[in-house]
Write a protein of this length. Structure first.
Length: 287
């Protein structure tokens, strides 16, 4: 579809609202949900799956698909709403969220069509993304990790959504070092910097100071954006895809609970979902 930029952004904004509302009813299924982190990352997930990524819901295992690695794997409800909207599985299946044996578990899991990474334990997804991005430089027939990997254009791009609290984990920084060492320019890390983690403010729990400066010092190209402003998200994903020779980090400053005003900028991490919240959502998120 060819669209003007304004039209595209409006379209994606409307989609992000719809997906927030839908993910709220996904959470209602369990009675409790990862509201804050799902809603803060909603615009990022929407722009990735409905604008930037090359993927095919009819063929989830297409080897050349771009990968979405949700390292902050608890923020799964928004991912499920987006995957259903894209056509990976019937929307009806959203109602099975968190049920025993269901494909939609309370952290992203590869048994869900369209999910390439199983989350739960924080700090690991960027390492997984590094391996996946390196793999994109290897043709399947010569998959030998001991060999240098730069003889081909990458077969796909990898997008990894990481929490700012998650960046407390040391393994994130081992992954950051190796991504630039291996010049993985097909890897974009998007830090959902909503300033909270489960137990409180990130700054008070373990202050990492400037994530932008940290990623830069690890050899990444870095941009800081308003991660709830669709125009900025779209433009920055374009910027990232054009960088050569270095991985890119997008520090997306977001609002925890964005879209549900009484909860915005609070640590609405894993909270009970009430009928009242659905009512507010239906008001504030209608298109
Ligand atoms: C290794 C590990 N430690 C602790 C937890 C428990 N935990 C679940 S979510 C969360 C907070 C994560 O904060 P952040 O990455 O900022 O996510 P967001 O605020 O975007 O939801 C924590 C500590 C975990 N899942 N894994």
């Amino acid at each position: 579809m060819i669209m003007g930029n304004d039209e595209l952004v409006r379209d994606l904004e409307a989609k992000a609202k719809k997906l927030r509302l839908e993910s709220l009813s996904v959470m209602k299924e369990m009675g409790i949900g990862w509201l804050g982190g799902s809603f803060s990352s909603a615009d990022l997930v929407t722009a990735l799956l409905f604008y930037k990524m090359r993927h095919d819901p009819k063929n989830p295992q297409w080897p050349e698909r771009d990968r979405l690695i949700t390292s902050k794997g608890h923020s799964c409800e928004i991912v499920y709403a987006a995957l259903a909207e894209a056509g990976y599985f019937p929307r009806e299946e959203l109602k099975t969220y968190s049920h025993p044996g269901a494909r939609l578990q309370t952290h992203v899991n590869t048994r869900t069509p369209g999910v390439d990474y199983s989350g739960g334990s924080l700090g690991l997804g960027l390492s997984f993304a590094v391996g996946s991005a390196a793999g994109a430089y290897i043709q399947p027939a010569e998959a030998n990790l001991a060999a240098p990997v730069r003889r081909h254009a990458p077969r796909y791009r990898v997008y990894c959504v990481v929490g700012d609290g998650e960046c407390n984990e040391g393994q994130v920084w081992e992954a950051a070092a190796s991504a630039s060492h291996f010049r993985l320019d097909n890897l974009t890390a998007i830090i959902d910097s909503n300033r909270f983690q489960s137990t409180g403010a990130v700054e008070k729990t373990l202050n990492m100071l400037s994530l932008a400066e940290k990623f830069r010092s690890f050899g990444w190209e870095v941009r800081e954006i308003d991660g709830n402003k669709m125009g900025d998200v779209v433009a920055t994903l374009e910027w990232a895809a054009n960088i050569q020779g270095k991985p890119q980090a997008i520090i997306a400053h977001t609002v925890k609970g964005k879209g549900l005003p009484p909860y915005e900028n609070t640590n609405c991490h894993f909270i009970k979902i009430t009928d009242e919240m659905i009512k507010i959502g239906q008001e504030t998120l209608k298109n």
